[in-house]
Design a protein around this ligand. Structure first.
Ligand code: PMP
Length: 492
C-alpha cells in the first residue's frame, strides 16, 4: 500500500497517514474487511514512529472506518454499515494488498459513474444536448468510405487534418496555435497526465488551486509530487499567496482552471492571469492552463487565455472536448511551444502511440463547421435555463447558513455548508434517496474542507434537477434544524 507523507509539511504525519487511508477507502481502493498493515510494518515502511501510526489508526477507529481486533489486526469497516468484519473469513485476494502500488488516491473513479438516479455528482453534459447523431453519421460515412481506417495507426501527434481544424478552432477562441504545436490527446485528462509524467517526479513541487479538479490531484499525487495549494477567491487563484510560495519553494508546475473553475465556477480576472504568468516567468516554471469550458459562457465571455499572453513557452494549454462535443470520443488537445513540445510528444508515444484515429476523424467534419457554432449556441441556451432553474430553487429552498457561488458559465455550482456539517455524511443520506453530488473534500489536495459540495446542473433534465435540489435542501434543512434543537436542549 502506497502512503505518501510530506515531512516538511504543516499537517502532522499521523493526520497525513489517516487522510491517505481515508482517501483509499473513499476511492474504493480499500474495501470492507481489507486488513491494514500492522503498526510495526507501516511505521517501518514509512520511517515514522510507532506512536505516529497508532495515532492514525486510532483516529480511523474513532471515525468508525476501521475495526481493531486484538491479536488479529486492523480491518476496514465501511462507514455506517453497522457490521463488524468477519475476520475468520480469509479473503483469497488479501495477499494483493502487499503488492505496492503508486496510486495514493483515485477519487475521480469513485464519482464518475454512480448508480443513483439523480446524478448531480459529475460535471458531464446531458447526452441529449450533444450532437450524437451527427457524429454517428460521420463514423458510418467514414467507415464505408475507408474501412481500413481501423487497420492502421494514426500519427502519434494526432491526425493532421484534425490538428489543422483544431488550430483554427483555438484561434477563434483567441488561443494562438498552429497545427505543429498541437498534440491530440485522449481527453484533457491525458494532457494533465502527459505533462506530469514528463516534468514531475517524486518530491518536485507543484502548485494546485484549493479546491481544484479532483482528477488532477490524483495524477499529481500518483507521481509523488510535493503539492502546495493556493486558495481561490472571487477573482481566481490568490496571486499574493502564490508569490510567497514561489519565492520560497520554486515550484516546477502551476496547474490552474481559469475559466469556470472546477469546482467553484469562478472566472479568473485578466489581471490575475497576467500576474500568474509573470510569476511563472520569474521562476522558470510551467503553467498548465486547463480549459474545458470556455465555450460554455452563460453570461459573458471569459477574458483572454493565459496562453494568449505568453510569448516564452511557459503555458501548456489543454482543451478537452468532453464538455462541448463528445466525451465518448476521448479527444482533447494540448498546445505548447518550444522544446517541451517534443518531450510531451515522446510521453504520448510511451503512453498509447497516439489517440484512436476513428474518433479523431469522427469529430473532424464537425469542428469549425457552422454546425459547431449553432450547437454551442443551443448548448449555452439549454444550460442557462438549467442553471437559472437550480439557482432559483436553491434560493427558495436552502436553509439559512448555506451559501453558493453563482457561476457565469461551466457546469457546476459550489455550495458551502455551515462548518460543522460534513458533506460526506450528507452524501450517505442523499444516496439513500437516490441522489448523488460531489463532496467538496475530494477537491482539496492536502487539508480537506468537509463543509462544501459541488452539484452539476448540466447532466440531469429539469424535472430531475427539481427533484434532486428538493431532496438536497430537505436533508440540509433537517440537519440544521436538528443541530438547533440539540443546541437548545438543556444539559443536565
Ligand atoms: N479538466 C477538468 C477541469 C475537468 O473538469 C475534466 C473532466 N471533468 C477534465 C480535465 C477531464 O476531461 P476529459 O479528459 O474528458 O477531456
Amino acid at each position: 500500500m502506497q502512503i505518501e507523507i510530506q515531512r516538511n509539511g504543516e499537517v502532522p504525519l499521523s493526520k497525513q497517514i489517516y487522510q491517505s487511508i481515508v482517501d483509499r477507502i473513499r476511492s474504493g481502493l480499500l474495501q470492507e474487511d481489507a486488513q491494514l498493515p500492522s503498526v510495526r510494518d507501516l511505521s517501518k515502511q514509512l520511517g515514522v514512529s510507532l506512536v505516529t501510526v497508532v495515532k492514525a489508526y486510532q483516529l480511523l477507529e474513532h471515525e468508525g472506518l476501521v475495526k481493531s481486533i486484538q491479536g488479529k489486526g486492523t480491518f476496514i469497516r465501511v462507514k455506517n454499515s453497522g457490521e463488524v468484519p468477519d475476520v475468520e473469513e480469509i479473503h483469497s485476494y488479501d495477499w494483493q494488498l502487499s503488492v505496492q502500488d503508486y496510486l495514493p488516491r483515485s477519487q475521480f473513479a469513485r464519482f464518475h459513474m454512480v448508480p443513483e438516479k439523480i446524478h448531480l455528482s459529475s460535471s458531464m453534459i446531458d447526452p441529449g444536448l450533444l450532437p450524437n447523431r451527427l457524429i454517428e453519421q460521420s463514423i458510418i460515412r467514414m467507415l464505408s468510405d475507408n474501412p481500413r481506417i481501423v487497420s492502421q495507426y494514426g500519427e502519434i501527434q494526432g491526425d493532421e487534418q484534425l490538428r489543422i481544424a483544431m488550430s483554427e478552432y483555438l484561434n477563434e477562441l483567441e488561443v494562438p496555435s498552429t497545427p505543429d504545436n498541437i498534440l491530440v490527446t485522449s481527453g484533457s485528462q491525458q494532457g494533465i497526465d502527459l505533462v506530469t509524467r514528463t516534468f514531475v517526479g517524486p518530491g518536485d513541487v507543484v502548485v494546485l488551486e484549493a479546491p481544484t479538479y479532483p482528477g488532477a490531484i490524483d495524477v499529481f499525487r500518483g507521481r509523488g509530487a510535493t503539492i502546495l495549494t493556493v486558495p481561490v477567491d472571487k477573482d481566481g487563484l490568490r496571486v499574493d499567496i502564490l508569490q510567497n510560495i514561489c519565492d520560497k519553494y520554486k515550484p516546477k508546475v502551476i496547474y490552474t482552471v481559469p475559466n469556470f473553475h472546477n469546482p467553484t465556477g469562478i472566472v479568473m480576472t485578466l489581471k490575475r492571469r497576467r500576474q500568474i504568468l509573470k510569476i511563472a516567468q520569474s521562476i522558470q516554471c510551467l503553467i498548465i492552463e486547463d480549459d474545458p469550458c470556455s465555450e460554455i459562457y452563460l453570461d459573458r465571455k471569459p477574458p483572454a487565455s493565459i496562453k494568449s499572453l505568453d510569448y516564452n513557452g511557459h503555458v501548456i494549454y489543454l482543451k478537452g472536448l468532453s464538455k462541448t462535443l463528445a466525451p465518448g470520443c476521448r479527444i482533447g488537445i494540448l498546445a505548447a511551444t518550444g522544446s517541451i513540445f517534443n518531450r510531451l510528444m515522446a510521453a504520448k508515444a510511451n503512453s498509447d502511440l497516439g489517440s484512436p484515429l476513428l474518433t479523431q476523424k469522427a469529430i473532424l467534419s464537425f469542428i469549425n463547421s457552422k454546425r459547431t457554432m449553432d450547437h454551442l449556441k443551443k448548448l449555452r441556451t439549454a444550460l442557462r435555463i438549467r442553471r437559472d432553474l437550480v439557482l432559483e430553487l436553491l434560493s427558495q429552498q436552502m436553509p439559512n447558513g448555506v451559501s453558493w457561488i453563482i457561476p457565469e458559465g461551466g457546469l457546476n455550482i459550489w455550495i458551502s455548508l455551515p462548518t460543522w456539517i460534513d458533506s460526506n455524511i450528507i452524501l450517505l443520506e442523499a444516496k439513500k434517496q437516490n441522489l448523488s453530488f460531489l463532496p467538496g473534500s475530494t477537491c482539496y489536495p492536502i487539508e480537506q474542507e468537509n463543509n462544501h459540495l459541488r452539484i452539476s446542473y448540466s447532466y440531469m433534465n429539469e424535472q430531475l434537477l427539481k427533484q434532486g435540489i428538493t431532496i438536497l435542501c430537505n436533508i440540509l434543512q433537517k440537519e440544521i434544524a436538528s443541530r438547533k434543537t440539540s443546541d437548545s436542549t438543556p444539559n443536565f
